[in-house]
Design a binder for this molecule. Structure first.
Ligand code: ADP
Ligand code: GN1
Ligand code: MG
Length: 363
């Protein structure tokens, strides 16, 4: 990591205000490095991020996408007569020479305003989950009129299940870290479900499903709430791109509607939290129903299983590959994550009938 002086030098490339004195680690994402920037009065002013360039290889496209999305949402909020807009959409600062990021010779950096009096959660209540559902539905709805081609795919095939399985099969075939024997049982479980989990790609080829603009990382900690539990805004916009609609309900079910943690070492704690699923879905349907097709609505619970399956596949692929993608905090972290996600998947499968029944009120 950089020294404080180096970080302050990076910050000085941007059109910041105030006398900035420190930049310290913040949040617990698996991909980028996030830092909070404080001024000489002790106030947090900005969020500085080092973009993971190994994963987001086209930083120009990435930052253009984010600029397009935040400008579009800002216009919508203005048209609605919203106040306090700087807390309701992320505001990125240009560099002094007018660029959307700064390259220091080895890393790419960006800066946005810190949202004051805001909070994100790793676990939610049904009330917060209902608000989050409305917010993600509204986010998709506000972006639903972006013209085709307005956004690029920052990670090509990001939520394409067929592609993720291809990567998984490549890893199994190559077995580069010699870990395959240890995970044979999990590999079989993945294979058993492979065909059923590629429905969206198939329906798309048959012309029955269209692509929309999705957030694609609707983790519960990517929503900022105010002190009264109302949503301020959706953050972490790196993966906003065209894709299948189930992504944005699926990843919330995966992360919010889990009684345990994403990487819980105690599998007994992991399982679907039905009240969270129901309240998120209720909120989401309030803002998203107008643009969803009946087929998409009926598939929403499948979205929870799909995104949990996809994450199981992605964590296991990374474990087999020797931990090259996700930041890990212990040697078997990716295996622990895989097992916890698989346990959640089994629980979602057990509750599938109940979840489908809940959707009937909108069909
Ligand atoms: P990552 O890609 O590492 O998940 P995020 O952009 O989601 O990065 O940021 C990580 C955490 O930092 C968030 O969960 C949130 O708590 C906090 N955070 C990020 N941006 C802001 C902001 N503009 N204002 C306040 N807090 C923020
Ligand atoms: C990554 O950056 P973060 O932690 O929000 C990943 C998501 C995964 C998630 C699993 C670009 O998100 O797709 O679902 O970890 N982001 C990328 O926790 O791969
Ligand atoms: Mg995040």
């Amino acid at each position: 990591m950089k020294t404080k002086e180096q970080l302050l030098h990076i910050l000085s490339q941007f059109r910041t205000e105030g006398n900035l004195v420190s930049a310290e680690p913040f949040g617990n994402g698996h991909i980028n490095d996030t830092l909070k920037v404080t001024d000489d009065k002790g106030e947090i002013r900005y969020v500085l991020q080092r973009i993971n360039h190994a994963i987001f290889t086209n930083v120009e496209m990435l930052q253009n996408n984010i600029h397009t999305v935040t400008s579009h949402i800002r216009k919508k909020l203005e048209a609605r007569g919203e106040v306090d807009i700087d807390r309701k959409v992320l505001t990125f600062l240009p560099t002094k020479d007018g660029k959307l990021y700064y390259f220091d010779g080895d890393s790419y950096w960006r800066v946005c305003l810190f949202i004051p009096r805001s909070k994100s959660y790793e676990e939610v209540t049904p009330e917060l989950s209902y608000e989050a559902g409305k917010a993600f539905g509204d986010f998709q709805s506000m972006l639903s009129d972006l013209p085709e081609g307005a956004l690029g795919e920052t990670i090509p095939n990001f939520h394409n299940m067929e592609f993720r399985l291809q990567q998984f099969h490549d890893a199994v075939q190559a077995n580069p870290a010699g870990r395959l024997n240890e995970v044979k049982g999990l590999v079989d479980e993945i294979e058993k479900r492979a065909e059923a989990m590629c429905i969206q790609e198939r329906l798309y080829r048959e012309g029955k499903l269209k692509k929309r603009t999705n957030h694609c990382d609707t983790k519960v900690n990517n929503i900022m709430f105010d002190e009264d539990g109302k949503v301020l805004c959706v953050i972490d916009l790196d993966t906003v791109m065209p894709g299948f609609v189930l992504s944005d309900i699926g990843d919330f079910i995966r992360t919010g509607a889990n009684t345990g943690a994403e990487d819980d070492p105690d599998l007994n704690k992991v399982g679907v939290n039905m009240p969270i699923f129901e309240s998120y879905t209720r909120g989401y349907m309030e803002t998203a129903k107008s643009f969803l097709s009946p087929l998409e609505i009926s598939m929403l619970p499948y979205g929870g299983r799909l995104l949990t399956y996809m994450q199981t596949v992605r964590f296991l692929t990374d474990y087999i590959n020797g931990d090259t993608y996700y930041k890990i905090h212990s040697p078997k972290h990716n295996l622990q994550r895989t097992e916890a996600q698989f346990k959640l998947l089994q629980s979602l499968e057990e509750h599938a009938g109940e979840m489908d029944g809940f959707m009937k009120q909108w069909l």
